[in-house]
Design a protein around this ligand. Structure first.
Ligand SMILES: [Fe+2]
Length: 270
């Protein structure tokens, strides 16, 4: 096993991993260490990585099988399991707090981002610990959320391909509190713009309640802000966090991240 070191970088979540070269094959004990570290720390940072698309996909597979991304118009031509996050192809930075691809029956266990081109200032990614957010709620609200489910679909980008709409636009129901399959803890789980509604509530009331939850739950002390350096790999545990991009950078500069999502379990509350 490589000399892996996992060092927390924030009081609530996030750890830096050193001693792993993601361009080389990852042995099984190291892979287990990394998946356990992700479940515990919820965000892992690897600096100074130099990866080809194929090496990046191989490394990401340690966290689960890479899955297709539904906005396929932004996927890398030769490696369609890698999505390009790049404002110059018409995307807006995803500044709303969210977790990824909740319109899938088995949504991603993790979102993995690799910094290719980084603006000189701004353009960071923030990650919020929704396990801590759940624990900070009052008992009665925790019980209320544990009884609620969301219905999820695509969130309607104008350039969505019809085939993606057909494959990934069907309603999928998920609990608003889910148990982490590795860690065993609970976290608040929803995507405010992919959730069409909460079961038993109107879309308007659902949206207002989710907005209110985000405003109350995501406090600075449970947020790790990642300021990108070229060559960084950031692994985000989608089962117990939300994340957002920051659009506070000069758009004449380039910000390019390669994104892989890896399949996880069907969310459940146990
Ligand atoms: Fe995202």
């Amino acid at each position: 096993m490589a000399h892996v070191r996992i060092s927390p970088i924030h009081s609530s979540l996030g750890a830096e991993v050193t001693g792993v070269d993601l361009s080389a094959p990852i042995d099984e004990p190291t892979g287990r260490t990394l998946t356990q570290a992700l479940a515990e720390h919820l965000a892992l940072v690897f600096h100074d990585q130099a990866l080809t698309p194929a090496q990046y996909l191989a490394a990401a597979s340690v966290f689960g099988p890479p899955m297709e991304q539904h906005y396929s118009q932004h996927n890398m031509a030769d490696f369609p399991l890698i999505g390009l996050i790049w404002h110059r192809n018409g995307q807006q930075p995803a500044e709303q707090w969210h977790t990824d691809h909740t319109n899938r029956e088995r949504p991603p266990a993790a979102t993995i981002l690799y910094g290719q081109e980084i603006p000189s200032a701004g353009g960071g990614t923030s990650v919020a610990n929704m396990r801590a957010a759940y624990l900070a709620l009052h008992d009665d609200e925790r019980r209320r959320l544990e009884a609620l489910t969301t219905f999820n679909g695509l969130d309607g980008h104008a350039d969505t391909r019809p085939e993606d709409q057909d494959r990934y636009g069907k309603p999928v129901e998920h609990p608003m509190v889910r148990t982490h399959p590795v860690h065993g803890s609970r976290a608040v789980y929803f995507h405010i713009s992919k959730a069409t509604h909460i079961a038993g509530m109107t879309p308007e009331a659902s949206r207002a309640y989710m907005r209110d939850l985000l405003d109350r739950m995501i406090r600075p002390e449970i947020v790790y802000h990642h300021a990108w350096r070229k060559g960084d790999v950031l692994v985000i545990d989608d089962r117990a966090t939300m994340h957002r991009a920051h659009g506070d950078y000069d758009r004449s500069q380039s910000r390019v991240l390669w994104r892989i999502i890896v399949e996880g379990d069907r969310p459940q509350l146990v």
